[in-house]
Structure formats: structure tokens, C-alpha cells
Design a protein around this ligand. Structure first.
Ligand code: DNO
Length: 393
């Protein structure tokens, strides 16, 4: 397995020199400043790669091997007139990355929003802070802050009552903070930030798009990009929708094994793969992560190893738990990924995904989920499991 670490670029509060100290070998990165939909120039990719490699010394090297992510423009997800130019740009980015030796690309196909949480600093009993998704807070936003048309039809009367109680207890500051967290976005998201009215407009553009239509547009996109990926020996790794269910009335199509079966059946290709984001898929109790790690053997090109703890009373509510202590059997997931590597004779890139905000990071400026120490703890735990299981292979 290749231990990787996400780096957001020169503005990331966690520096490359610090990442080198963690023992990670592979950098997961993107050119975040290039507007969504534009091709990444080869020269910019080359400069970014040079920055990553600049501090390399014998015995401690970092290499940019995974892109997370090239954003997919909403026009492609909507198959609007003129979207072909955005697909061409995506393909050009692929070609330029391949020319620089980067061959694994994570991407996602979530309409309007990317990963979503309701709390970025939720304190756990031992003092660390975790990211959290709270279904009632989410519903409070949807129903009473955004006041989305038709939202009431998506909730039961009990859910609406709970959301109302949550909303009534919120101050103006709480409302602003929740709004920012949900629509202004989280680090690494592949969509634009919105104001409330822009957000309503963005949602309205999808009014006519159901699951079948969105899936069709994903397949049409893949039919264009996969042949080029094959030609360039690149692996595309779609990231699941996080959390993995429909939100704001938008269809989400990468949530379950049934979705993945459809994806692979409709676009068969060795380059058509997934990011096994254990925490995302694991946010649903009906997704069996060790089983998925086994079943999608040929298709897993990249894995995000983190766990969630779901609320038994409302399974859509979860906190991001310790990497090894969550509702998911991470040891079994890793065991199956190691078996996949043996069976397919190739290495899978893994990264600790998110981490608790802890120790001296608590008083620093950090990207939510992407502080140094919590991720290093996750990486160290995962590394221990990989080592222990590998000696048995
Ligand atoms: C969050 C991440 C997402 C992910 C993109 C993939 O931490 O998992 O930002 O990178 O959704 O396209």
C-alpha cells in the first residue's frame, strides 16, 4: 500500500516539510486555484510537482501521484448545451497530468454540493474535536433557513418537528455558522461557494434531473473520458457522495453497491474505478465496507481510511470517529485491500482521511478535517495495521 497525504498547496497550513515527517510517501493534491471547468496547463502541473519534490532527500521522498480532484463542471452533470467544451478541458487536464507522470485521479459527480457536514468543531468527551453531520440540524437548515420549495415533502412530520425544535433554539450566529458550513463549503470541495440565493438558483437548475438522468450524464461523461484514460494508462477513481443519500431534493448516484454495479456495467473499462472512501460509504448502515473492499477488487484505485460512529436513534447522524474505533471494521477493510493488491499485483494508494483536531493543533489555524496531528495519528494507526497484516501474508 502506498501511504498518501492530502496537501492543499502552498496555502495549506500543514507544510510539505511537516508531511515528510509523518512518513507518508505520496502526495494527493490538486490545482485548487484554477477555475472549475478550465484545463490545467502542463506548466502549472509541472511547477506544483516541482514544489512537492523540492525537499526530497535520499530516504525521504514525496511524490505527487494522486489528484484529488479535477472538478467536474455542473454543466457536464446537467448535460447542458455547450458542456462538451468542459469535457474537452477535463480530458486536456488528464493528458497534461499523464505527461507529468500522474496517473490516478479522484473525482466526484455530486450535483451543486460536495461533502457536507453540520458541525466542524464537535467536542468529544476526551477533549478532541470531530466533524459531525447531524440530520436534525441539516433538516433545520433545509426547512427553516434555506426554506427550500418542496422541502417539507422530503421529511416526515416527526422529522419536521425535531428540526423546528433545533431551529428555534438557534441564535443568529448559530444560523450564520450553519449556513456557512453547509453552503460556503469545506476544504477540498469541488464546487463553488454560494450565497443563499445563488444556492437556490443552483438547486433550481436540477429540478428536471432525476437519478436516471444524472446517471445517464455520468455515463456520457465517462464514455468520453475513459478511452483517453485507457490510452494514457490512467485510473479514474470516483468518490462517493458524502453523505451517501439524496440531499436538497438532488439525486445522488454513487452511494451504494447497487450504484457501483450500475456504474461498472454501463461503462466497462479497467480505468473506471472508485475511491473507497470508507467513512462516506460507511455513513450508511446498509453498506458493508469489508465486503465492498473485497467485491470491488479491480476497481479500487484509491482508499480514504476513516470511520464514522452513527447515532443509533438517527442513523443519518454521525461523528467522524477514530480511524480504528468506529462502526466499521477497519482491520477487515485493510485486510481485504491487502488481498486485492496481492490478487491484482498492484498497489493501492491509501490516505488517512480527516483526523480529529487535537493537542496543539486546537489553537492553530487549520482546515477542518485536515489538521496535522489528528491525521498523523490516523496514519500511524493504519500503518500499524498494514504492517501487522502484511507479515501474515
Ligand atoms: C473531503 C473529501 C472531498 C473529496 C472530493 C472528491 O474530505 O473527501 O473533498 O476530496 O469530494 O472529489
Amino acid at each position: 500500500m502506498r501511504e498518501s497525504w492530502r496537501w492543499f498547496g502552498p496555502n495549506d497550513p500543514v507544510s510539505l516539510a511537516e508531511i515528510r515527517q509523518t512518513g507518508a510517501t505520496d502526495i494527493v493534491s490538486a490545482l485548487h486555484d484554477i477555475p472549475i471547468g478550465e484545463a490545467w496547463p502542463r506548466e502549472r502541473i509541472s511547477q506544483h510537482r516541482a514544489l512537492i519534490e523540492a525537499g526530497n532527500v535520499d530516504g525521504s521522498e514525496l511524490h505527487w501521484t494522486v489528484v484529488e480532484s479535477i472538478p467536474v463542471h455542473d454543466s457536464i452533470k446537467l448535460a447542458e448545451a455547450g458542456h462538451e467544451a468542459y469535457v474537452d478541458a477535463w480530458i486536456q487536464s488528464m493528458r497534461n497530468l499523464a505527461a507529468e507522470g500522474i496517473r490516478t485521479i479522484c473525482y466526484n459527480f455530486m450535483p451543486v454540493i460536495d461533502w457536507t457536514r453540520t458541525d466542524l468543531r464537535y467536542q468529544l468527551p476526551n477533549g478532541v474535536y470531530a466533524l459531525r453531520f447531524d440530520q436534525d440540524r441539516f433538516a433545520a437548515f433545509d426547512l427553516f433557513i434555506l426554506q427550500r420549495e418542496g422541502a417539507k415533502d422530503d421529511y416526515t412530520s416527526g422529522e419536521i418537528a425535531r428540526a423546528k425544535t433545533v431551529f428555534d433554539a438557534m441564535s443568529k450566529d448559530d444560523i450564520d455558522a450553519l449556513t456557512q458550513t453547509i453552503i460556503a463549503g469545506l476544504p477540498g470541495k469541488m464546487t463553488d461557494a454560494y450565497s443563499l440565493s445563488d444556492f437556490r438558483t443552483a438547486l433550481a437548475r436540477y429540478a428536471h434531473i432525476d437519478h436516471g438522468a444524472l446517471r445517464g450524464n455520468l455515463v456520457a461523461f465517462l464514455e468520453r473520458v475513459l478511452p483517453v484514460a485507457e490510452e494514457l494508462d490512467m485510473r479514474l477513481a470516483i468518490h462517493p457522495d458524502d453523505p451517501p443519500w439524496d440531499m436538497f431534493g438532488l439525486p445522488r448516484v454513487i452511494c451504494t453497491p447497487a450504484d457501483l454495479d450500475k456504474l461498472f456495467a454501463s461503462a466497462p473499462s479497467a480505468s473506471n474505478g472508485i475511491t473507497l472512501c470508507v467513512g462516506t460509504f460507511g455513513s450508511r448502515p446498509d453498506n458493508d465496507l469489508p465486503q465492498m473492499a473485497h467485491d470491488y477488487r479491480e476497481h479500487i484505485h484509491f482508499a480514504h481510511l476513516r470511520g464514522v460512529s452513527r447515532d443509533p436513534a438517527e442513523p443519518r447522524t454521525f461523528i467522524e470517529a477514530n480511524h480504528l474505533d468506529s462502526d466499521i471494521d477497519m482491520i477487515e477493510v485493510i485486510r481485504n485491500l491487502l488481498e486485492n493488491e496481492q490478487a491484482t499485483q498492484r498497489e493501492i494508494f491509501v490516505r488517512p482521511d480527516h483526523g480529529h483536531l487535537m493537542l496543539s493543533d486546537i489553537s492553530k489555524t487549520t482546515n477542518p478535517g485536515y489538521s496535522a496531528i489528528g491525521r498523523m495519528k490516523g496514519l500511524a494507526e493504519i500503518r500499524g495495521v498494514i504492517r501487522a497484516l502484511s507479515t501474515n501474508n
